[in-house]
Design a protein around this ligand. Structure first.
Ligand SMILES: CC(=O)N[C@H]1[C@@H](OP(=O)(O)OP(=O)(O)OC[C@H]2O[C@@H](n3ccc(=O)[nH]c3=O)[C@H](O)[C@@H]2O)O[C@H](CO)[C@@H](O)[C@@H]1O
Ligand SMILES: C=C(OP(=O)(O)O)C(=O)O
Length: 426
């Protein structure tokens, strides 16, 4: 497994262009299976999860190429709707294929998906949503088969606003007969992006970004060319890294309106943020201030995907901060690792109590999941001395060569692979 070696203590400085959003690109790639022909998706980052998705699509008979951030998919020879268990288990987002493949083939076989160890992550809402659209679902051990000659529009209420279930139901309902109304839908920007993509292919969806989404089924879609939105979590990660190292960074290709809750929290810590169109400038010179209470909740509240990164800034703040995690019960695994670097954090059930210290110290730490890994990289950049972050494959799921990105901002960060003990020069 690769590891990152970071010499900390250098403020980040410079300009960076933000990659396209993983969490928008993944469902959009899956939704492309609804149409027959050649679909072109731009601003698709080079990530492990994207590679896994493209490998699954190839396995199903789709032709897939990914060059210069552009994915071209030819779905004409798609011949299977059976996703092998080994591929299904490589990531959570494999579940996005359930709705589109069912809608296109009238049948899909999947297995329980894999993913980061951040919580239980059930798929009951995905399944009950498809059932409401008329699918017959047969579960045998980890294998799930869904059948429906043609899905039928329905009124569906989600017990909780699941991002993935909202997207899966939207994708399935696009080719269903009649009208689907989805209430208590998730409102994340990536859902709006999926709506825009599907509508570009001729779907009739309104309401994404609100809690009620209406999908009028159509007979057929036509292929399109589409560009995914900027990644708000990568943007947020760099903003926090700039703040934690007391640097000055300009971020290009951002969507500031997707980051309102994070910007609000960062300003409360004393970080200077200037927004101009799709450009964000972040600067911090002094020690951050503690924030009494942050609660992760569905969009537009504070995102769970930024919880571990902001915790690093709070670990260096003046005072005590409280962070409550309400989405994933297992998302405090970075706390033990940060403690090894000198952080003073106590976890009690779903809350973390963070007593800021004036300095973190380099250590050897392990990325336990994607965002925990990103947090440890930020901690390493801000710490005094050398930090080694192990299990970097978790970080590669969501950040396109994090070491090159941060290196361009002056960070002293090098990737080592176990095969050659030489550093990997990007
Ligand atoms: C690829 C992608 O977009 N991933 C994001 C998506 O994941 P994902 O779509 O998996 O997250 P969900 O919104 O579905 O999960 C939210 C909560 O709902 C629960 N739940 C979900 C589905 C279900 O059928 N039953 C159920 O109980 C989950 O266990 C979790 O506690 O939203 C999460 C919450 O913002 C983010 O952290 C992930 O980065
Ligand atoms: C948890 C995440 O992703 P996924 O849902 O793909 O596991 C994430 O992006 O932070």
């Amino acid at each position: 497994m690769d590891k990152l070696v970071i010499e900390g203590g250098k403020p980040l400085s410079g300009t960076i262009v933000i990659q396209g959003a993983k969490n928008a690109a993944l469902p959009i790639l899956a939704a492309s299976m609804l149409v027959e022909g050649v679909v072109t998706i731009e601003h698709v980052p080079k990530l492990l999860d994207i590679d896994v998705m493209l490998n699954i699509l190839r396995e199903l008979g789709c032709r897939a190429e990914h060059e210069d951030q552009t994915v071209q998919l030819d779905t004409t020879s798609l011949h299977s709707s059976h996703i092998p268990e080994a591929l299904m288990r490589q990531m959570r987002s494999s579940i996005f294929l359930m709705g589109p493949l069912l809608a296109r083939f009238g049948e899909v076989t999947i297995y329980q998906p894999g993913g980061c160890a951040i919580g239980e992550r059930k798929i009951d809402l995905h399944l009950s949503g498809l059932e409401a659209l008329g699918a017959q679902i047969v579960e045998e051990d980890s294998r799930i088969t869904c059948y429906a000659k043609r899905l039928k529009g329905a009124e569906i209420h989600l017990d909780l606003p699941s991002v993935g279930a909202t997207e899966n139901i939207m994708m399935a309902a696009v080719l269903a007969e009649g009208l689907t109304t989805l209430s208590n839908a998730a409102r994340e920007p990536e859902i709006q992006d999926l709506q825009n993509f599907l509508n570009s292919m001729g779907a009739k969806i309104i309401g994404a970004g609100t809690d009620t989404i209406t999908i009028e089924g159509v007979e057929k879609l036509t292929p399109c060319r589409y560009q995914v939105i900027p990644d708000r979590i990568v943007t947020g990660t760099i903003m926090v890294a700039a703040a934690a190292t007391r640097g000055q960074v300009t971020l290009l290709n951002t969507c500031p309106s997707h980051l309102t809750s994070l910007i609000h929290v960062l300003r409360r810590t004393g970080v200077q943020i200037a927004v101009d169109g799709d450009i964000i400038k972040v600067g911090a010179a002094a020690r951050p201030k503690a924030v009494d209470r942050i609660v992760t909740s569905p969009y537009p509240a504070f995102p769970t995907d930024m919880q571990s990164q902001i915790m690093v800034l709070l670990a260096l703040a003046d005072g005590v901060s409280v962070m409550k995690e309400t989405i994933f019960e297992g998302r405090f695994k970075h706390v033990d690792e940060l403690s090894r670097m000198g952080a003073d954090i106590r976890v009690d059930l779903s809350s973390a109590y963070i007593r800021g210290v004036s300095r973190l110290y380099g250590a050897t730490v392990e990325a336990t999941d994607l965002r925990a890994g990103a947090a440890l990289v930020i901690a390493g950049l801000a710490a005094q001395g050398k930090t080694v972050v192990e299990q970097v494959h978790h970080i590669d799921r969501g950040y396109d060569q994090i070491e090159s990105m941060l290196g361009r901002l002056g960070a002293r960060i090098t990737r080592y692979s176990p095969v050659e003990s030489n550093p990997i020069v990007p």
